[in-house]
Design a protein around this ligand. Sequence first.
Ligand SMILES: [Zn+2]
Length: 78
Amino acid sequence: MKCAICPSENAILITDSVTLKDPNGKDVIIQDIEMYTCNDCGEKYLDRMQARIMSLKAEAAGIEIKRRRWGLPLPDQS
Ligand SMILES: [Zn+2]
């Protein structure tokens, strides 16, 4: 699969946990997030649907996600 970060074709789908900070600066681990990782550049990233799922899980844990953190264009920028 083509990497969204570099020109590689070696991106694969994985399931991993993501550690986020809650508003108090405490680490919160969000489990079972599907994401892509690239075997060449090593970046992990989310597509829009994956980002949405992660946002929902994070919101359920009391965290507001800023999508830019994941390098995704916001819909009005694409
Ligand atoms: Zn890459």
